[in-house]
Design a protein around this ligand. Structure first.
Ligand code: KIV
Ligand code: ZN
Length: 514
């Protein structure tokens, strides 16, 4: 009988700790909904005590998302646990995930606490949380660099205090498959009560071993794996969910383990997370990279034509990629469009479909063929910030090799429209400066990215812009076949996000052509 492995998704917590990633509440809810469709067992929704925004997003997810367990992270102290309990109050199946570091290096230099103090705090935290929530996960941070007997002691105390899951994080991505597998086996043999709880693993990818380490842990008794979509996470990231799930599926004969994941949702979830976070999926990334199913060499292509199994161990349809991605054009009608949305598994209300159909027609007029990727981009291209303080109503840019680029923008606001012009170092710089002048305060542009959604000279351009204010980073997205317009929309999207969090600043500026 194959073992059922639980999938604990931490895209919204550890994944959100990816440098440069900043998701607003609507984006987090959208990702949580796609995790429900994926049928993950646990969604780690955030770290409630860390900020007002995190608290609100955990509460919203707890209130609106049904199906998976919703976990909130908390250090091993009352304040953190109280915040998690409060944020999870409306969850159907709440879990508190509490942690404390157990390696000598962390205890001496970070916590400045003795082993006895750490043991006591872990036990107190689990006991305290248990008064409010039945399901308590206890993590020993930096477990893979901790003394094994001390680890067994702390897990034993946590279980006795009521922990339902014990997690063994490889916090700094230091371990190796053999060593980690042996540690899990050791814990299984030496911790009293371990047979009554889930053994969870949480691997970081600093040596590129996160997935291999997680798989080795499962072979040695782990029952839950913690992972993120596209392997997002602190530093080099966490174990990638799609890789773990497809390893269990493709090598079921070897691992004798299954998950509950609906694999058809994998590609869509990966694209959504990449779009919303602005973090591209590496082109040759396993399972979801653009090249994962591309066959370049003649010998491979020949084999593939005779029998796809010659060179393809996963068929793209299994993860929700359709082989004939070419779908619609300007002669396609509403029926064909709705049909395609359905095939792509979007459940949208009538109003949204109407609005999307208008956008689709505009796009089909500009672009010869519309691919699934274009449709996915249109679906995800909605103002994610409410209210939208500034909206691009009109723009005009003049640029050339012999002239200074100049841009004019008209922005719509709740107080009417503002029109400004500026020059700049190229068209994008000019339009960003015109926008900055129109809104009247300085924007700390941190990074800017532009890419084509699909191939071809008429492709949709997708721009991502990162801005920074008071240490907070906000990313914005914009989509258009006109790349300057896509950039301006992305810039305004980031500005609107900043205004939602920080309000209108006092400083005013005037920038003009010199
Ligand atoms: O990497 C880590 O140790 C963590 C814990 C909070 C589980 O993310
Ligand atoms: Zn982590």
């Amino acid at each position: 009988m194959d073992r059922r492995i639980k999938i604990f998704d931490t895209t919204l917590r550890d994944g959100e700790q990816t440098p440069g990633v900043c998701l607003d509440i609507h984006e987090k809810l959208e990702i949580a909904q796609s995790l429900v469709k994926l049928k993950v067992d646990v969604i780690e929704a955030g770290f409630p005590v860390i900020s007002k925004g995190d608290f609100q997003s955990v509460s919203q997810i707890a209130e609106h998302i049904r199906g998976p367990i919703i976990a909130g992270l908390a250090r091993a102290n009352k304040k953190d646990i109280d915040a998690a309990v409060q944020a999870l109050a409306k969850a159907e199946r709440p879990r508190i995930h509490t942690f404390i570091a157990t390696s000598d290096i962390h205890m001496e230099y970070k916590l400045k606490m003795s082993r006895d103090r750490v043991l006591a705090m872990a036990e107190e935290a689990v006991r305290y949380g248990k008064q409010f929530v039945q399901d308590i996960e206890f993590s020993a941070e930096d477990a893979s660099r901790s003394d094994w007997d001390f680890l067994c002691q702390i897990y034993g105390r946590a279980i006795a205090a009521g922990a339902t899951v014990i997690n063994v994080p490889d916090t700094v991505g230091y371990t190796t498959p053999d060593e980690y597998g042996a540690l899990i086996r050791y814990i299984k043999q030496h911790v009293p009560g371990i047979e009554n709880v889930d053994i969870s693993v949480h691997c970081h990818n600093d040596l590129g071993l996160a997935v291999a380490n997680s798989l080795a842990a499962v072979q040695n008794g782990a029952t839950q794996v913690e992972c993120t979509i596209n392997g997002l996470g602190e530093r080099a990231g966490n174990a990638a969910m799609e890789e773990l799930v497809m390893a269990f599926y493709t090598r079921q004969n070897y691992y004798k383990a299954i998950t509950n994941i609906d694999m058809k949702q994998i590609y869509r979830a990966s694209t959504l997370v990449s779009t919303l976070t602005g973090v591209d999926v590496q082109i040759n990334k396993a399972v979801v990279g653009d090249n994962a199913f591309a066959h370049e060499s003649g010998i491979h292509q020949h084999g593939m034509l005779n029998n796809p199994l010659t060179y393809e161990i996963i068929s793209p349809e299994v993860i929700g990629i359709s082989r004939n991605a070419l779908v619609l054009g300007k002669h396609s009608g509403r029926h064909a469009f709705e049909d395609r949305l359905q095939q792509m598994d979007y459940e949208l209300d009538k109003e949204t479909v109407n609005a999307l159909f208008i956008k689709f027609k505009e796009l089909a007029d500009r672009k010869k063929v519309v691919f699934d990727r274009d449709i996915a981009a249109l679906v995800s291209d909605k103002p994610s910030v409410q209210p939208e303080y500034y909206r691009l109503a009109y723009h005009q840019v003049v640029s050339g090799s012999q002239s200074v680029a100049t841009a004019t923008v008209r922005l719509e606001t709740s107080n009417g429209t503002i029109e400004r012009a500026s020059c700049g170092d190229g068209p994008v710089d000019a339009i960003f400066k015109a926008i900055e002048q129109a809104i009247g305060f300085p924007i700390g542009l941190k990074d800017y990215q532009l890419k084509a959604v699909t191939a071809g000279e008429d492709a949709l351009g997708e721009s991502t812009v990162w801005i920074e204010y008071e240490g907070d980073v906000f990313n914005g997205r914009g989509l258009s076949t006109d790349v300057v317009e896509a950039s301006a929309k992305a810039y305004l999207n980031a500005i609107n996000k900043r205004l939602t969090v920080w309000g209108q600043p006092q400083e005013q500026i005037t920038i003009g052509c010199e």
